[in-house]
Design a protein around this ligand. Structure first.
Ligand code: HEC
Ligand code: HEC
Ligand code: HEC
Ligand code: HEC
Ligand code: HEC
Ligand code: HEC
Ligand code: HEC
Ligand code: HEC
Length: 286
């Protein structure tokens, strides 16, 4: 007892001490506990107010009510990636990306509760990092072996984003879901013969110029071959390939062709008519 009293200031007196000692620890307990309960409740409510919107905005169903997303949703649902949620492609991987999404999505959730769906898009456009959370291997040739796709060269050296080529993969209209990159896109955007080569063998293993094409008389004999051989496997991608050439002045029409055509007309008379329509053309002068 005496040892206990020694550190206390002497002015307090001895009388309240025995009464105060048992009351001391008991008196603040109900208040502190209440405060603790209130604090815990507040934290729980606050967490719920943050977690509920965050969890909601992670669900694909949340976006079903966004105006303007309708078609994107429908096409995603039938795509190869229909089992992947929106955020797996549209939220940057890692803690920072997730935090940035939380900062956007929580206010957006409440704004939608109050004002209804907004036109603003919560989701980031996908970039290479997002695709590469799942796709780590680089395919160099298509599954059927015909198409060369140097993925590593395009992605790492040229730094072309996956989406530049695979933009139609998920959200474009396609009955089978998976929309492949189009040859037309390759040729128009880079492989135009200037920025990058456009020879068939640059991209295809089975579309090299066939041997018969190298014959000197190919232009004279190709017509007969067209009846017996399949030309479309290489030429069908440009529907007007044949017609485009047939509407141009051929190499034979050089020099004084007007007077020189007689010789060729005798040997290839019917070949003239594929471009010149019918005999009416010849009859203009003859
Ligand atoms: C496998 C990856 C993938 C998944 C999963 C995915 N998307 Fe996309 N999304 C893309 C690609 C690629 C584009 C860019 C091409 C385009 O605009 O269509 C895109 C574009 C978008 C855009 C336009 C973004 C912009 O900035 O222009 C919106 C909005 C969008 N997606 C919403 C969704 C929603 C909602 C879901 C879930 C139902 C979803 N996406 C699922 C890959 C994906
Ligand atoms: C959450 C994981 C995931 C993400 C993210 C993802 N993919 Fe995929 N992807 C898959 C799976 C799984 C398949 C199916 C693989 C299979 O069938 O062999 C697939 C298939 C594909 C295919 C082939 C489709 C087919 O039908 O054969 C392409 C092309 C593709 N993904 C490109 C992309 C691109 C581009 C992105 C980024 C915009 C992306 N993926 C993001 C998981 C993902
Ligand atoms: C330069 C254009 C280009 C870029 C960039 C590109 N791809 Fe591709 N990718 C293609 C082409 C073309 C195909 C072949 C499609 C076909 O078979 O018709 C393909 C095929 C694929 C396939 C399917 C392979 C299979 O199994 O048949 C996957 C998966 C894929 N790409 C993922 C990616 C990912 C992930 C990225 C980014 C890291 C990417 N691609 C970047 C052009 C590109
Ligand atoms: C820059 C790359 C590139 C070049 C150059 C290229 N192609 Fe393609 N080609 C593609 C891609 C990618 C596809 C698959 C997508 C499609 O069908 O559009 C394709 C598809 C095709 C198809 C349809 C699919 C098939 O296998 O039947 C034909 C036919 C074709 N190419 C012929 C040619 C011919 C002929 C040349 C040369 C005059 C050529 N391509 C040059 C990239 C290329
Ligand atoms: C294996 C692929 C392949 C097949 C099959 C094919 N071609 Fe070609 N053809 C080519 C390529 C490649 C070229 C050169 C295209 C270019 O330079 O734009 C070409 C060029 C041509 C030319 C232009 C030649 C020139 O001198 O300018 C004609 C005409 C032609 N093909 C007709 C045909 C006909 C007719 C058939 C069917 C009997 C056929 N091709 C089948 C690949 C093919
Ligand atoms: C490089 C230009 C060029 C291309 C490309 C071309 N042709 Fe021709 N075609 C000609 C010429 C020149 C003739 C006339 C040949 C002659 O002198 O007999 C001709 C004639 C023909 C004839 C008529 C021959 C006859 O005797 O009646 C047919 C049929 C024909 N081509 C089919 C095709 C087909 C099919 C394709 C596409 C696969 C094609 N051509 C592509 C230049 C071309
Ligand atoms: C590949 C298509 C093609 C073929 C095959 C072709 N021509 Fe022509 N020809 C043309 C074109 C294009 C012109 C120019 C028409 C114009 O300027 O209005 C032309 C013009 C002519 C002219 C007008 C004179 C001139 O110099 O403008 C004569 C004559 C002629 N062709 C005769 C022939 C004869 C004969 C043959 C067969 C041996 C033949 N052509 C085969 C495409 C062709
Ligand atoms: C622009 C007028 C013109 C057109 C169109 C024309 N020709 Fe001629 N053709 C001539 C002239 C002029 C001669 C005489 C040339 C000479 O003898 O030097 C000639 C001579 C000929 C000869 C030789 C005459 C002979 O009796 O020996 C033949 C064959 C011939 N043309 C075929 C054709 C055919 C086939 C066509 C249609 C594809 C055609 N020509 C279209 C002007 C034309």
């Amino acid at each position: 007892m005496t040892a206990h009293e020694t550190p206390h200031p002497p002015g307090e007196g001895g009388a309240p001490d025995p009464a105060g000692t048992p009351a001391g620890p008991a008196a603040p307990a109900p208040g502190r506990r209440r405060r603790a309960v209130v604090a815990v409740a507040l934290v729980v409510v606050l967490l719920a107010l943050l977690v509920v919107p965050l969890v909601s905005t992670l669900q694909p169903a949340y976006y079903a009510r966004y105006p303007g997303l309708g078609e994107r949703m429908d096409n995603w649902a039938v795509s190869t990636h229909s089992r992947m949620s929106c955020v797996s492609c549209h939220v940057h991987p890692g803690a920072r990306g997730f935090a940035a999404f939380a900062v956007r999505s929580i206010p957006a959730f409440y704004s939608r509760l109050v004002f209804g769906p907004s036109e603003d898009n919560l989701l980031e456009a996908p970039d290479r990092d997002m695709c590469q959370t799942c796709h780590t291997a680089y395919r160099q040739v298509s599954a059927d072996g015909d198409l060369l796709i140097p993925h590593r060269a395009h992605v790492e050296i040229l730094e072309v984003d996956c989406v530049v080529c695979h933009r139609d993969l998920v959200h474009a209209e396609s009955p089978e879901g998976f929309n492949r990159p189009q040859m037309r896109m390759c040729l128009e955007e880079c492989h135009n013969g200037e920025i990058a080569g456009n020879e068939c063998v640059k991209c295809h293993t089975r579309k090299h110029v066939p041997d018969d094409h190298l014959r000197d008389d190919w232009l004279q004999i190709h017509a007969e071959r067209a009846d017996t051989e399949e030309c479309g496997s290489c030429h069908e991608w440009t529907p007007d390939y044949c017609e485009d050439c047939h509407s141009q002045r051929p190499a034979s029409h050089v020099g004084n062709w007007k007077s020189g055509h007689a010789e060729r007309a005798r040997t290839h008379g019917s070949g003239c008519l594929v471009c010149h329509g019918g005999a009416a053309f010849c009859e203009e002068c003859h």
